[in-house]
Design a protein. Sequence first.
Length: 569
Amino acid sequence: MEASVIVGTLLLLASALPLIADAEETHYHEFVVQETPVKRLCRTHKAITVNGQFPGPTLEVNDGDSLVINVINRAQYNVSIHWHGIRQIRTAWADGPEYVTQCPIRPGHSFTYRFTIQDQEGTLWWHAHSSWLRATVYGALIIYPKRGSSFPFPKPKRQSTLLLGEWWDANPIDVVREATRTGAAPNISDAYTINGQPGDFYNCSSQDTVTIPVDFGETNLLRVINAAMNQELFFTVANHKLTVVGADASYLKPFTTGVIMLGPGQTTDVLVTADQPPGRYYIAARAYASAQGVPFDNTTTTAILEYKAAPCPAKGGLTQPSQPSFPQFNDTAAATAFTSSLRSPRKVPVPANVDESLFVAFGLGLNNCPSAANPSTCQGPNGTRFTASMNNISFVFPSSFSILQASQQGIPGVYTTDFPATPPVKFDYTGNVSRDLWQPIPGTKVYKLKYGARVQVVLQGTSIVAAENHPIHLHGYDFYIIAEGFGNFNPENDTAKFNLVDPPMRNTASVPVGGWSVIRFVANNPGTWVMHCHLDVHITWGLAMVFLVENGIGELESQEPVPVDMPVC
Ligand SMILES: *[C@@H]1O[C@H](CO)[C@@H](O)[C@H](O)[C@H]1NC(C)=O
Ligand SMILES: *[C@@H]1O[C@H](CO)[C@@H](O)[C@H](O)[C@H]1NC(C)=O
Ligand SMILES: *[C@@H]1O[C@H](CO)[C@@H](O)[C@H](O)[C@H]1NC(C)=O
Ligand SMILES: *[C@@H]1O[C@H](CO)[C@@H](O)[C@H](O)[C@H]1NC(C)=O
Ligand SMILES: *[C@@H]1O[C@H](CO)[C@@H](O)[C@H](O)[C@H]1NC(C)=O
Ligand SMILES: *[C@@H]1O[C@H](CO)[C@@H](O)[C@H](O)[C@H]1NC(C)=O
Ligand SMILES: *[C@@H]1O[C@H](CO)[C@@H](O)[C@H](O)[C@H]1NC(C)=O
Ligand SMILES: *[C@@H]1O[C@H](CO)[C@@H](O)[C@H](O)[C@H]1NC(C)=O
Ligand SMILES: *[C@@H]1O[C@H](CO)[C@@H](O)[C@H](O)[C@H]1NC(C)=O
Ligand SMILES: [Cu+2]
């Protein structure tokens, strides 16, 4: 009798402690945000970096591990770091977007982020989430399967991470400040980069082009991350096939293609087999520019896939790599063929019914200037200023408290909870929109969700100013993309297109140009979660909103207490 009680107690104790404590690790890192000389495009810039590295350090963890990252700000700007795609279950305070989950870390101050990876595997990344610092403050975050388990595909011989970035021959903070002052669109970038390097097609760059070595016959896993600020990108490897196996740290039913498209914020894992004649082949990325008549950076960044047994030409030097081939810049059919091919590997638990149904019409706008305004501040089209909105609210980030702090401490006047679930005015979203509808209302409005609510959001792009593809990113959640299409979403016949069996799970949806995407998720992570366009120019103009997900019942359905050293505004 007594013995069995003791055994029972031991079992209880054992199940209360993590049984595989020795299998899960805590990784400690120090991120020093600082100004660093970085030579690109024939000039040395004073770029803001982490630990003097550009791109910043790669974090490598296994599913189940914890990260503790002490961010020390030695730069002259406010900064905060976002762990893009990490669910942050119960740790919204560690998510990072400034004035949403925290006040920024001021120059000379530091802050420690602590969080645990729960049931996520694949490729994510981290980046600054304040002003335009993420132009140079970013790096990869690779999550390997739990120790002892493996990928759901044959183990690749080698793995390489390719961070696609965007470079200005200027200080990106000056670029965004100039745009904010003038009301015009910010200057377009001067280069794209792969792992920080523009590559052979730019001046003063070819000696630093990134090379990825391969052995003939081996299969490599390429983890491709679009860390560009403002541009969707096509990505390809000359003469090689790409087998897509994952996106945004969720596995996919494998399929083969010649080109993939990533919006800023998105990641895609592809297998590449070195099955071509040994040689040198360009790995390359360039714009998918979906909007008509909107200027964009039309340059091409390259790295080189280099077979180790590549023959050297008789007279020394290296052979010219094989050239990549791309769809046209505006080839929406190619972009859509890719995004609509993504499927989860098997039947997934998509909510069949929903408790909360939102219809969010979003896009650009133009603010008219008062006649007394200084014309130098109204340099948008025809003397206006650019803006952007969701359901006609142009999001204004608070400045004296974070939304998280205001919600936890009941501080009034920081935000209101009346973000509209449907557009306040119904109109032909993708048609010729009357000018009367182009000017949204500024506001800091959040939408409250009960813990566990099953949520559907129809993300409807508008053609106000210009229709274009928008990468819409939700913090704190992965969601299923159950359908996408062009024109206006029509509940009469478009619900028939819903895939409730094997839709892809992502954290960023590429909403088609002049079209819509429908997403579903279960609101089982309490906190304040921003949903925004990941084109930084659009979030700057207000293309954002915040979900406030309430605590559920008991500790495991509630936010953890925030650390006492949270930065204050
Ligand atoms: C933006 O481009 C214009 C025209 O090339 C240039 O005069 C200006 O200095 C640029 N602004 C910044 C911040 O680099
Ligand atoms: C490279 O430099 C040359 C000469 O300064 C210039 O004409 C050309 O536009 C530059 N090319 C690129 C891609 O920047
Ligand atoms: C890129 O744009 C420039 C300026 O508009 C143009 O001269 C050039 O031909 C374009 N290049 C490509 C590859 O389309
Ligand atoms: C795409 O670009 C090509 C070449 O610039 C142009 O002829 C075509 O009209 C464009 N298509 C669309 C849909 O904008
Ligand atoms: C600006 O004005 C011109 C001339 O009135 C007009 O053709 C054009 O469509 C206007 N552009 C915008 C974005 O309003
Ligand atoms: C769009 O509507 C305006 C009036 O609201 C009209 O003047 C203009 O011609 C229309 N444009 C097209 C392409 O239908
Ligand atoms: C947004 O609100 C403003 C101010 O009420 C109004 O003028 C405009 O027509 C609205 N636009 C839309 C798309 O609802
Ligand atoms: C969807 O239904 C609407 C009417 O409700 C109709 O106008 C439209 O043509 C339909 N679209 C398709 C593709 O059947
Ligand atoms: C930096 O953050 C502090 C605290 O929120 C704020 O008062 C200050 O205005 C910010 N500085 C800039 C340049 O945004
Ligand atoms: Cu956008």
